[in-house]
Design a protein around this ligand. Structure first.
Ligand SMILES: C[S@@+](CC[C@H](N)C(=O)[O-])C[C@H]1O[C@@H](n2cnc3c(N)ncnc32)[C@H](O)[C@@H]1O
Length: 289
């Protein structure tokens, strides 16, 4: 399609990231096709109405708006998630967190009544990518999902409904663990909290810094403003034998592993690399005692 080539070249010339992918995703969105199906329509010209809608999106993308906000969707773990500017766009490296949890948790919950129970928690749900994926993969689990952003919770609730897991997830509005009923103990605590250190955040590309929510990215001066208190509080809300899984920034894994170790309440503290080889997840098991 000539329009695809033209748009790719235009994006490239203007320094838009992922020029070819952006052009394909936007055109497929306008034509209501999958990216693969675009190539089956190779010779079919666009109608004037399609062309006008496509051009409007191209202008916004060229100004820096992320493709996922323009189409309102993003694929994660092969599932289609609704996204709005109220939520972080789910990242492929977050699939490492899913894998690290499933590795230990799948066998435990296949037995319907694992020793630790089957109540799980995610703090900082955003679009719901993590909690919904895990709820689908672990059909015997029930969930509590917390976020400090009301608009993000609305997106997560809608995604849970679309993916058929809304009945198993209780979404709560609050700061870290403040909204939880006292006395609750979880079999799993997963979190991908804001972890970008301020100096790194200042230098982020415009697509991210100006469009994605700051409160979903910025983790204070050294990136640990939220992870640190959560790691310290984690032993108090996990069942003996329960699991903690935290996504971290590039270079943070040793510090976060040390924070977890310092509580004196965890064993099997491990780090997991993402698909680029960056240590992306710290996973640990709450001691039985
Ligand atoms: C990095 S995003 C992760 C979103 C989603 N879990 C994902 O992995 O795509 C972090 C999320 O934590 C939420 N958040 C930030 N500070 C928080 C706090 N103090 N308590 C609870 N949630 C918080 C943000 O609103 C945002 O939705």
């Amino acid at each position: 399609m000539a329009v695809l080539k033209w748009t790719t070249d235009y994006f490239q010339e203007k320094g838009v990231s992922e020029p070819r992918a952006s052009a394909e995703v936007l055109l497929a969105h306008v034509l209501n096709l999958s990216r693969l199906d675009l190539y089956l329509r190779y010779d079919q010209p666009l109608t004037p109405e399609e062309l006008a809608r496509f051009k409007a999106l191209v202008v916004r993308r060229r100004a820096g708006e992320p493709t996922a906000y323009l189409t309102g969707r993003k694929e994660f773990w092969s599932l289609d998630f609704l996204v709005t500017p109220a939520v972080l766009i789910p990242r492929p490296e977050t699939e490492t967190l899913i894998e690290s949890v499933l590795e230990v948790f799948k066998q435990e919950t296949e037995n319907r009544k694992p020793k630790t129970g089957n109540l799980c928690l995610e703090v900082g749900v955003g679009s719901g990518a993590i909690i919904i994926t895990l709820a689908r993969e672990l059909p015997h689990t029930r969930w509590v999902g917390v976020d400090i952003s009301g608009p993000a919770l609305a997106v997560a609730r809608e995604n849970a409904r679309r993916h058929g897991v809304a009945e198993r997830i209780n979404f709560l509005h609050g700061n870290l663990l403040a909204a939880l009923k006292p006395g609750l103990r979880f079999a799993l605590l997963a979190a991908n909290l804001p972890y970008v250190p301020r100096p790194v955040w200042e230098e982020l590309p415009k697509d991210i810094k100006e469009y994605e929510p700051r409160e979903a990215l910025l983790g204070g001066e050294n990136g640990l403003d939220l992870i640190r208190p959560l790691a310290r509080a984690a032993p108090g809300i996990l069942q003996p034998g329960g699991w903690l899984a935290l996504e971290v920034a590039d270079g943070q894994a040793p510090k976060v592993a040390a924070l977890v170790e310092e509580t004196g309440k965890f064993e099997n503290i491990e780090k997991f690399p993402d698909y680029l080889g960056v240590e992306r997840v710290v996973r640990a098991r709450r001691l039985e005692g």
